[in-house]
Design a protein around this ligand. Structure first.
Ligand code: NDP
Ligand code: 8X3
Length: 251
């Protein structure tokens, strides 16, 4: 992995941050992305000691910002070997008839369109060099619908479909494509879903051991370090206590 360059969206928290930390330990050069500038600065300071790091602050849902940021990369970071499409969140949890339309827009714009914009900006260069790796972070919510999950689930079903589409469309260019679909991971995910309500967010992970962000990072690293002829296309990972989107062995 020495001298490979990875572009990680959503690196300021949770799964993206843990992946950046693990990649840095393994000498992968990093392009770290997110909206929260101070977190990007902090993470760069932490990981600079281990590898070359550059940060890009942009909102994945803003098409202009995405292309401008990626075009601004200095020459030594132009060649991207690994793209981790991770940025995303759930916004709200309510029935379809009561859903907040701004929440719907946010989930479609970030989880689906954001992933598309970033991929569209980066893939042509991977195609040019006939090499690359894309890891799409889906969710168990992209495999099963659960009550009140409606639009978040739809956005992750879209990621699932786009992952398969990428596999097909990029097959002639030696670009590997993988989706990882986690169950419950204790990150800032539920805090974002419940709009900063920390108590409600904590409750989601009460009574069982959820996955940690670093568990998912380990799997991402495993997936990208298989021999060149091996492409893990689709992988579901649960906490041991979880058997489906809704079946959870809670104390
Ligand atoms: P976190 O809330 O901890 O992290 C989300 C990351 O996405 C942050 O770094 C955030 O950065 C970034 N992000 C969100 N919106 C935008 C935006 N508009 N533009 C740019 N970056 C954005 O959650 P997780 O680490 O848990 O989530 C990571 C991925 O994993 C998501 O795609 C999520 O759907 C998926 N997932 C999570 C599960 C869980 O249970 N936690 C389970 C299954 C899948 P910033 O705010 O700085 O922009
Ligand atoms: C996050 C996990 O179960 O809230 O994608 O959808 S869940």
């Amino acid at each position: 992995m020495n001298n490979k360059t990875a572009f990680i969206t959503g690196a300021t928290s949770g799964i993206g941050k843990a992946t950046a930390q693990l990649f840095a330990k393994n000498n992968i050069r990093l392009i770290l992305c997110g909206r929260r500038k101070e977190r990007l600065v902090e993470l760069k300071e932490e990981l600079d000691k281990l590898t070359d790091v550059i940060t890009l602050q942009f909102d994945v849902s803003k098409r202009g910002e995405v292309f401008k940021a990626i075009e601004s990369l200095p020459n030594e970071f132009q060649e991207i070997d690994i793209l981790i499409n991770n940025a995303g969140n759930a916004h709200g949890l309510s029935t379809i008839q009561e859903g907040d339309i701004d929440d719907w827009d946010a989930m479609i714009d970030i989880n689906v369109k954001g992933l598309l914009y970033v991929s569209r900006a980066i893939l042509p260069k991977m195609i040019e060099k006939n090499n690359g790796f894309v890891v799409n972070i889906g969710s168990i919510a992209g495999k099963e619908v659960y009550p009140n999950g409606n639009v978040y689930c739809a956005s992750k079903y879209a990621v699932n479909a786009l992952n398969k589409s990428m596999r097909i469309d990029l097959n002639n260019y030696n670009i590997r494509v993988s989706a990882i679909h986690p169950g419950a991971v204790e990150t800032e995910f539920s805090e974002v879903r419940f709009k900063g309500d920390k108590e409600r967010a904590k409750n989601v992970y009460k009574g069982f051991k959820a996955l940690e962000a670093k568990d998912v990072a380990d799997i991402i690293y495993f997936v990208i370090t298989r021999p060149y002829h091996v492409n893990i296309e689709d992988l579901i990972v649960y906490p041991t206590a979880q058997a489906s989107a809704t079946i959870l062995n809670k104390e």
